[in-house]
Design a protein around this ligand. Structure first.
Ligand code: HXC
Length: 511
């Protein structure tokens, strides 16, 4: 028996070496960890159960029959726990054929995808790969198709997270694109459908891999990635943090962690957060930090469309999705990017039963040809649609401006907002006083005294929360320092909310 055990241990040791020590050293030299080192950091110590360690590729074309048969075939798969909760994981091993995807490599991933879906637990993919195994041709393409199909079936059922930790090219980009979140590591990761060489041939553009698809491009310009981290270790630890916010599936309860932050805590500084001058900005993230348990906030898409803030926090230990207009950037206006960003976040929260807390300070939708030509109508409608279809608890607080269509969109009472609060500084109107007066009293435009008088009149009548409160569109005008307590109580009251949309095959959100 002893020799059998030793033989097994030898085989395992050889599999763990992946593409060999030289390639592992090269990986380290680039500032990257190996697939197994990454999994070790991601999961609770000693919890990883690896599957299919001895799977080998079967390709015989283009010299592959003579190539080393490397056990594992370029991807490490299995499951383990994050703070005691089950997660499934696959990690591309760049030391084996550049992490490229073969038929057998794909089968390892699909096995884990099937297990994750069947057992209703999140799945995390760690990407560091050169796309389809070029020697395999259509077998590799078929493998991708199988992975993609499972991504779609699992969407909205279990959280799917992609972390890009090296190259991610060709077929490798589309699976992450269909997952809930994509994160990247700065300087060592890049994503593109076709690399710089093909770009040069087809469009004659000269770009580096970083310029084409580095973390800074995808977190700011394209918004493909939700956030970037400085190195592998930070990225993996942040994934553990994110998993702690997420339920295991769309049928599971939200994770509940002990909170040492009194939900009844008042914060006097909130009484002066909104400046007296209505055109002066303030940082809405300060409000989020002062409302969320221990100020803990995991921001999603922090570098893109900064005029709206999205991310996860907790109230009384349970996850909440925060969506907030940011007066510090473009006065918090809603444009196409902000609408798309928030819509996707709202839909994620709704799919996974995460209550949504919305802070509103929005002067309206951004005017201009750039926005209209860019499809503002449809992009704005995405956010409207997302809030309107959401059946999770929705608690809304208007801190200052809620003008025009943006008032309706931002989880208003009319879109089935459950509890709609306003601070006394709220101004709920069709538009700002100056713009309104210049339209209604166009004939008086030359008479500045008259215009000033009309503006004051408009401000006094409409720029307050009370016209909306008189109609019941605002449930209560609250004192700012009590915000955390009021929101926590609203969420506690809504904990067993039941609301169903009419049956349909699926909706037709304006894509
Ligand atoms: C087979 C591959 C490979 C691939 C890399 N390797 N990519 N083997 N198929 N796709 C191998 C290399 O031959 C090399 O083997 C080892 O992995 C490391 O690669 P290097 O090139 O030495 O590393 P590096 O310089 O860091 O460059 C990494 C890279 C580059 C940028 C990813 O390898 C690259 O451009 N690869 C090809 C990318 C690509 O075009 N993929 C196909 C996309 S088409 P040795 O033995 O020398 O160590 C596609 C279509 C699918 O994916 C569509 C589905 C919808």
């Amino acid at each position: 028996m002893k020799h059998v055990l030793e033989a097994l241990e030898d085989r395992r040791a050889s599999a763990r070496l992946g593409g060999g020590q030289a390639r592992i050293d090269a990986q380290h030299k680039r500032g990257k960890l190996t697939a197994r080192e990454r999994i070790e950091l991601l999961l609770d110590h000693g919890s990883f159960e690896e599957y299919d360690m001895f799977v080998q590729q079967r390709c015989v074309d283009f010299g592959m029959d003579k190539a080393d048969k490397i056990p594992g075939d370029g991807v490490v798969t299995g499951w383990g726990t994050v703070n005691g909760r089950t997660v499934f994981v696959f990690a591309k091993d760049f030391t084996v054929f550049g992490g490229s995807l073969s038929e057998t490599h794909a089968q390892k991933i699909t096995k884990i995808q099937d297990m994750a879906l069947k057992n209703r637990a999140p799945i995390i993919g760690l990407f560091d790969a050169g796309g389809a195994r070029i020697q395999e041709g259509v077998a590799a393409l078929g493998g991708y198709g199988e992975v993609f199909q499972r991504n779609v079936l699992a969407s909205g059922v279990i959280p799917q997270i992609s972390l890009i930790m090296g190259p991610c090219a060709g077929g490798d980009v589309y699976s992450p694109a269909m997952t809930d979140f994509i994160f990247m590591v700065r300087d060592t990761s890049y994503m593109f459908v076709t690399g710089p060489d093909v770009v040069k041939t087809v469009t004659n553009e000269t770009v580096t891999a970083e310029e084409l698809g580095g973390a800074s491009v995808h977190t700011t310009k394209s918004s493909i990635a939700d956030r970037a981290f400085d190195n592998d270790v930070e990225a993996l630890l942040q994934m553990r943090r994110l998993i702690d916010f997420l339920p295991s599936s769309n049928r599971d309860d939200l994770p509940e962690w002990p909170s040492f932050d009194d939900s009844g805590r008042d914060d006097a500084s909130l009484d002066t957060l909104v400046p007296d001058n209505p055109n002066k900005p303030y940082d809405i993230k300060e409000l989020i930090a002062k409302v969320a348990d221990e100020g803990d906030f995991f921001e999603i898409q922090e570098a893109h469309a900064k005029n709206i803030v999205t991310g996860f926090g907790r109230m009384e230990g349970r996850t909440v999705g925060f969506v907030a207009n940011q007066p510090m950037v473009l006065a918090g206006v809603l444009d196409s990017d902000a609408s798309r960003k928030a819509a996707r976040f709202v839909r994620f929260c709704d799919a996974f039963n995460i209550p949504i807390v919305t802070f509103v300070d929005v002067p309206g939708f951004l005017p201009g040809t750039a926005q209209e030509y860019g499809g503002l109508i449809k992009h704005g409608a995405k956010l409207l649609f997302a809030y309107a279809e959401a059946t999770v608890p929705k608690v809304t607080l208007i801190t200052r401006k809620a003008f025009g269509g943006a008032y309706d969109v931002m989880a208003s009472k009319h879109l089935r907002g459950d509890v709609n609060y306003a601070w006394p500084s709220a101004q709920i109107a069709v538009m700002g006083a100056k713009g309104a007066v210049e339209i209604i009293f166009r004939a008086d435009i030359g008479d500045s005294a008259k215009i000033a008088e009309r503006t004051k009149e408009y401000e006094e009548r409409f720029l307050s929360p009370f016209v909306a409160a008189e109609r019941g569109y605002i449930d209560e005008v609250i004192i700012p320092h009590s915000t955390r307590r009021r929101i926590a109580r609203a969420l506690a009251m809504l904990r067993h909310k039941e609301l169903e949309n009419p049956w349909k095959k699926h909706d037709n959100i304006p894509l």
